[in-house]
Design a protein around this ligand. Structure first.
Ligand code: MG
Length: 236
């Protein structure tokens, strides 16, 4: 097994395009880095990660829905007032009423959703270093406008999958994701616990319940990048 990406070689010679006999797998560092001992000497390689990324509230700004909620329900709320992911309590409406509201407004909200702070800069930086695989709970009929949003906002991506439900486990498994990025507390915990991978949870007022050890809270994309760099580049 030769990793297909070399970010930094600590132990001299490059291997791109060449086949080397791997004598032993010497060590693993955290989740990502595998150090190989090769026939021609010792080298260190860095795996290209498969990053799984939620869209709404993670790549788009978490307050994207706020102006539409204020207008429709005659409210004057801001993001800090949204303490629960389930908006029916705050809006004092039934699940069915909320479903109808979403059906009507979802396309407009997504179409105009602002991008989260620093997301573009960080994702641009990662686009040649990692695989960027977006896994969203959005439903299939929103696929076209989702792709359009990525194109218009020039957000780097390799694959976008609309699973149509909050259960993303199958998609995360299928795409062999190494690290997931999420803003929904329950999704983050489910992915981290079931699949034993680190999940970076983007802090928001609605996701403050306790989390297990492999769910790491970050405040923005710069912090996410800092975490990934720290755990990805080892100190030998
Ligand atoms: Mg989300």
């Amino acid at each position: 097994m030769i990793p297909h990406f070399q970010l930094r070689s600590i132990y001299s010679i490059g291997v791109n395009g060449n086949q080397y006999e791997c004598k032993s797998l010497q060590s693993c560092y955290h989740y990502f880095v595998i150090k190989f001992v090769l026939a021609k000497g010792e080298e260190c390689f860095f795996m290209k990660l498969r990053l799984g990324i939620d869209i709404d509230g993670t790549v788009t700004a978490p307050e994207a829905f706020v102006p539409y909620l204020n207008r429709s329900f005659n409210l004057n709320i801001s993001l800090k007032d949204i303490k629960d992911y389930d908006l029916t309590k705050l809006l004092k409406i039934s699940d069915e009423q909320f479903r109808m509201w979403m059906n009507e407004h979802e396309p407009t909200v997504y179409k105009n959703a602002p991008i989260a702070k620093y997301a573009k800069k960080v994702l641009d930086d990662w686009k040649d270093k990692h695989h960027l695989i977006y896994i969203t709970a959005r439903r299939k009929h929103l696929e076209e406008l989702t792709f359009k949003w990525f194109k218009e906002n020039k957000v780097a991506h390799h694959h976008i999958e609309l699973v149509g439900s909050h259960n993303k486990l199958n998609a995360v498994k299928k795409h062999e994701i190494n690290v997931f990025f999420e803003d929904n507390h329950d999704n983050a915990v489910m992915i981290a616990e079931e699949l034993q991978i680190p999940v970076l949870l983007f802090n928001a007022p609605y996701n403050q319940n306790p989390v297990p050890k492999n769910v790491v809270r970050v405040n923005n994309w710069l912090e996410a990048k800092k975490w990934l760099d720290l755990h990805y580049i080892p100190n030998f």
